[in-house]
Design a protein around this ligand. Sequence first.
Ligand code: HEC
Ligand code: HEC
Length: 308
Amino acid sequence: MSIDSSIACASCHIQQFAFSDTAIASRGVASGLTGRHSMRLVNSRFAVETKFFWDERAATLEAQTTKPIQDHAEMGFSGQSGRPGLNDLLTRLSSLGYYNELFQFVYGDKAVTEARLQECLAQFIRSIQSFDSKYDAGRAQVANDNVNFPNFTAQENQGKNLFLSPPVFDATSTRTSGGAGCNGCHGAPEFDIAPNSGNNGIIGSLAGGQDQANTRAPSLRDLANISGTPNGPMMHTGVITTLQAAIGHYGNINANPNNARLDPKLKPNGIGQKLNFNAQEVNALIAFLRTLTGKNIYTDPKWSNPFK
Ligand code: HEC
Ligand code: HEC
């Protein structure tokens, strides 16, 4: 679905990496680069925040799906600088026998329209689900998230408690007790992001300058692979590469006065939060984040290249 047939959705959303990319910026057609880091596509169907992209500019998943196709740097059907537009792609798809057959099967006729393409792509994205993690196995055995999970180690249960519980701060916004407050934005069991949250203080831009608009995160499920290694760099700039650094970011939030969209939860008393973690707490949070990783999503052929 790219102008020169060199790039697929899966070029940047790679199954082996939970449908994300190990590169900070992904490569599109004609060596174009994306303006933000590629997002994992895990359990989008169950996202609490139903707007998509880091900056939530797509109102629905359907609306999202044809944006990368029309992006000049990604798949190239931009209609700009002499490039073909989306209608040219619809014509191309209409001329392929196997799509005639599939559209006929789904819709009763073989017409390929933008609305149909959006529906099909969105349904495919919704099918990408990961529910075979250690977290899911534990959650199924207890009445609610706050109970210790019988299949967790003591460290994983400690990490879960820290993730779920809100912090208690003193007047200088230093945590004196309570947890890390992650669940206030990345709520269990989906772990994506609460609607209407602000940004988390990461306001850089791959293009240089500032970008305060990023208020969505993909689900924190499958942040790391089954060996515990991150599936790629994190945040919209890919600036964070380890789980420890991700936790460390929240440990000391910079309430930059130029950042109008920093979420108020991260600056109690108007001062950036200091979570004051000890090493044991950081390691417990890492252990908990690793329980959110599934197995099947990385290899199930129903999400793999059908032409191979
Ligand atoms: C050239 C790389 C590239 C290609 C090709 C690409 N994407 Fe993406 N995708 C990205 C990047 C980068 C983002 C985040 C962009 C942003 O937020 O500005 C993203 C975001 C998304 C999101 C939002 C996820 C969320 O949780 O908000 C979805 C869904 C998605 N892509 C689906 C697709 C589909 C479907 C295709 C094929 C039609 C596709 N992508 C092609 C790089 C790519
Ligand atoms: C006030 C809301 C909020 C809280 C609380 C919060 N986050 Fe986030 N988180 C975000 C936002 C917004 C993003 C997207 C940031 C970006 O890329 O600009 C994000 C992104 C992330 C990412 C990167 C996800 C990815 O796919 O790259 C990780 C990891 C993460 N948060 C972990 C945590 C942990 C661990 C905690 C608790 C210590 C936490 N967050 C608390 C709002 C929050």
